[in-house]
Design a binder for this molecule. Structure first.
Ligand code: PMP
Length: 363
């Protein structure tokens, strides 16, 4: 067995080794408290300090304006598919959705249980691109406009959201689960950003929501209190017991990101990793990407092989060399290398060299 695999999992995903080592050191006795963070009251001074520091570091990293609340919730990305409409649909009960892949499709389906969902562009499968923004049919009356800025399964990323295509005054809600913290984002252009933690933030079980204050207080009377953004905000994300250990690890990840130099530095690294892989895919060997180059994800590189029979040997040999979780999502097949913040260039380099070698021996 390799001591540390090159882990290309889409999530739960690789975490920085330094973070895991620090957590291991602090596991049984957190900084003299005589207990693990897991064993602490969420209302005690040690944990309150952990949560406050985590929020402060996240705000600094993402440059979150003071007009925005940061909420630590549960329920994951899929939970938000219901929680967003329950909080934001309002009496108009009408929202616009852009469907660019498997996750935003699920978001639109779930939201339609709570109100009228209009798709701003036709859904075209397989998902390989984004409908031209000047063709989107947005309604100025919509309670909000929802999109997923990085489609984890399909490998489609909208790096620069064309905000000018969305009517001014309509809050933009983005599922940023799989590329949050991978690059700077213009928070002030959004109403809400949300994401499950298990890719670039930390362990599964924590959901992060960043919401502009004026959007609080619009929840439907049937919205569960634990998912009511205003209730959670007023209780400083301690309305009920938060996922304490996940928040602690997320806090360590935020500190690690600060030590790396922040999101601009991380973005440059992520860009270099993605370019290395896409350049190889575009060489015309056994592998290819089918995603429109304008929308290729820097985080989830999806690709296919020209010969179907080669998937199994490729995956088996990759695994034998310590490269795991390269299989594409079962709904689309093919291969996928998720190269989140904690996946080093060395992992990408090893993968590309292995792909080249595989092409030499199977081409
Ligand atoms: N949205 C995106 C973009 C995702 O990648 C995922 C999970 N891979 C989800 C939503 C669903 O998240 P969860 O499993 O945390 O509910």
């Amino acid at each position: 067995m390799f001591e540390r695999a090159f882990n290309f999992s889409a999530g739960p995903a690789a975490l920085p080794l330094e973070v895991l080592q620090q957590a291991a050191e602090e596991m049984t006795n957190f900084r003299g408290s005589g207990m693990s963070v897991m064993e602490m009251s969420h209302r005690g001074p040690e944990f309150m300090q952990i949560a406050e520091q985590a929020q402060a570091d996240l705000r600094e990293l993402m440059q979150i304006p003071k007009e925005y609340a940061v909420l630590f919730l549960q329920g994951g990305g899929l939970g938000e598919n219901a929680i967003v409409p329950l909080n934001l649909m309002g009496p108009r009960a009408q929202a616009d959705y852009l469907v660019t892949g498997s996750w935003s499709e699920k978001s639109a389906q779930e939201a339609s249980r709570y109100g009228n969902v209009a798709l701003v562009a036709p859904v075209s499968k397989p998902f390989t691109t984004v409908a031209a923004p000047d063709t989107w049919t947005c309604s100025p009356q919509a309670s909000y406009f929802h999109l997923c800025t990085n489609e984890t399964i399909d490998g489609i990323e909208i790096g620069d959201v064309p905000f000018e295509a969305i009517p001014p005054g309509v809050p933009v809600v983005a599922d940023v689960s799989s590329h949050i913290l991978s690059r700077p984002m213009p928070i002030e252009r959004y109403g809400v950003l949300y994401g499950g933690a298990q890719k670039n933030i930390g362990p599964a079980g924590l959901t992060l929501v960043i919401i502009r204050h004026d959007l609080l207080g619009r929840a439907s009377p049937v919205c569960p209190s634990v998912f009511n953004y205003q209730v959670v905000d007023q209780a400083d994300s301690m309305f009920n017991t938060p996922p304490t250990f996940a928040i602690y690890i997320a806090g360590l990840v935020f500190q690690w990101l600060k030590r790396q130099g922040g999101l601009k530095v991380i973005e440059a690294r992520n860009l270099a990793k993605a370019q290395r892989l896409y350049e190889h895919l575009d060489r015309g060997g056994l592998f290819f990407s089918r995603v429109d180059p304008r929308y290729r994800s820097r985080m989830n590189v999806t690709f296919f092989m020209r010969d179907e029979a080669l998937y199994d040997p490729f995956l088996a040999q990759a695994k034998a060399q310590g490269m795991v979780q390269l299989k594409g999502h079962r709904s689309v097949g093919g291969l996928r290398a998720s190269i989140y913040n904690a996946v080093p260039m060395q992992a990408v380099e090893t993968l590309v060299q292995f792909m080249a070698e595989f092409e030499r021996t199977h081409g």
